[in-house]
Write a protein that binds this ligand. Structure first.
Ligand code: S3P
Length: 449
């Protein structure tokens, strides 16, 4: 009998995904293409919306998160064509010309949308903006961006001492600043830099470790001048640039590729080629972690595409080994920790993940959720205050698990289920469409029993 993957209605608003691998085990084979990078997709839509002239985006992620960004900027005057991955055309309003929207801006589930957008809203004088999001986003910390924006002179109100959405923003002429961020967060860094676009003078952000640098790359491509000091992890933006619409080619998302890298590594006999993956060094921590775990992954056809490094990745199965994942590596694999926890459950020995307390304030508390849900499947996994300790070697068994509406949890559990004995049911699995709308069809495509 072959493996079965079935997605069905669960409750009125949610889907469940049933995964029942064959007793003899399954492999992943062939060649796949993954959806566009989520971080780059948001930034292409935003910079396109505030630049002068036309921006053409190829390979945009069609997930729910970029849809939220597009809807917000449409309601502030940018013309954005219907989203499709072939070509999206954005007619920008020109720097400083976002209109006051007639209604509340809804960022949905997307932390990147709300936090980056806040920098732009706060710096548009004489306009009032109201911003909110879904249940998960309304519980995520916004003070990390409100504080630096206030340091620049912004006026922002919100629940719980201006720390939670919904937020109201009264745009102001902001002042130059040097912000020393206590956390390595690209959302914080990008929010401050975007606010700095409208400042007369320089805006500098220093972060404790380097976070993803897509904003820096794309701002420069659109015409802004940046000074980057990699010794101190500082970036300075010179205000009031002329931003000109560009052609942006979005590479595949390494955070989406990570699910297949781990599937290929843990399923014996696998050999999978993942095409067109963004391998920006600020994002490749997952490759380094998997290499430490002795995964068999090679880069083929390395090239530069529209200012971002890209490669095809080939993964073959191998016996993984436990390792320690901590320190400056964490910001470079922050979104891949749930799937790395799955890899660790199939590795020999113990894997310790530390310095990752940020995971508690993602789309769900990813440390707590991975510990309970993977635990239900029989993994030997312990929650630490700032990480996870996983000892591999237990055979995982199918179980009833829940995504907690977190896309990366849904997909990580699905990959674990491929290598478990018996049937797994993942509740609220539709969450995957936030960053990977066709995850289930690709899953079906790559499986060979
Ligand atoms: C993102 C930055 C990261 C990441 C998120 C996307 C971005 O968040 O977790 O999925 O596009 O800037 P933090 O900057 O909060 O770590």
């Amino acid at each position: 009998m072959s493996s079965s993957i079935v997605s069905t209605q669960d409750t009125e608003h949610s889907q469940k995904l049933l995964i029942n691998p064959t007793a003899s085990g399954i492999t992943v084979k062939g060649s796949i293409t993954i959806p566009g990078d989520k971080s780059i997709s948001h930034r292409a839509l935003m910079l396109g919306a505030i630049a002068t002239g036309e921006t053409v985006i190829e390979g945009l992620l069609l997930g729910e998160d970029p849809r939220s960004t597009a809807a917000c900027f449409r309601s502030m005057g940018a013309e954005i064509s219907e989203l499709n991955s072939q070509q999206v055309v954005v007619q920008g309003v020109g720097l400083g010309n976002l209109q006051e929207p007639q209604d509340i801006l809804d960022a949905g589930n997307s932390g990147t949308t709300i936090r980056l957008m806040l920098g732009l809203l706060a710096s548009h004088p004489d306009r009032l903006f109201m911003v909110t999001g879904d249940h998960s986003l309304r519980s995520r910390p916004m003070s990390r961006v409100v504080k630096p924006l206030e340091q620049m002179g912004a006026t922002i109100w919100g629940r719980q001492d201006n720390s939670l959405a919904p937020l109201a923003v009264k745009g102001q002429q902001l002042q130059p600043t040097h912000y020393h961020s206590p956390i390595a967060s690209a959302q914080v860094k990008s929010c401050v830099l975007l606010a700095g676009l409208m400042v007369d003078g320089k805006t500098t952000v220093t972060e404790p470790a380097l976070s993803r640098d897509h904003s820096e790359r794309m701002l420069q491509a659109f015409g802004a001048t940046l000074e980057i000091d990699s010794d101190s992890n500082s970036v300075t933006l010179i205000g009031k640039p002329r931003l000109q619409g560009q052609k942006v080619i979005v590479p595949g998302d390494i955070s989406s590729a990570a699910f297949w890298l781990v599937a290929g590594a843990i399923l014996p006999g696998s050999n999978l080629l993942i095409n067109n993956v963004g391998v920006n060094p600020t994002r490749t921590g997952v490759l380094e972690a998997l290499e430490m775990m002795e995964a068999d992954i090679s880069r083929e056809n390395e090239r530069m595409v529209a200012g971002e490094p890209v490669a095809d990745l080939r993964v073959k199965s191998s016996q993984l080994q436990g390792c320690e994942i901590a320190g400056d590596l964490i910001p470079r694999l922050i979104d891949e920790i749930p799937i790395l926890a799955v890899a660790a459950a199939f590795a020999k020995g113990t894997t310790v993940i530390k310095d990752a307390a940020e995971l508690r304030v993602k789309e769900s508390d990813r440390l707590a959720v991975m510990a309970t849900e993977l635990g239900k499947m029989g993994a030997n996994i312990k929650e630490l205050p700032d990480g996870l300790e996983i000892t591999g070697g237990n055979d995982l068994k199918g179980a009833e698990v829940d995504s907690f509406t977190d896309h990366r949890i849904a997909m990580s559990l699905a990959i674990a289920a491929l290598n478990a004995q018996g049937k797994t049911t993942i509740h609220r699995a539709e969450a995957a469409s936030i960053s990977y709308p066709n995850f289930v069809s690709t899953l079906t495509e790559v499986l060979t029993s």
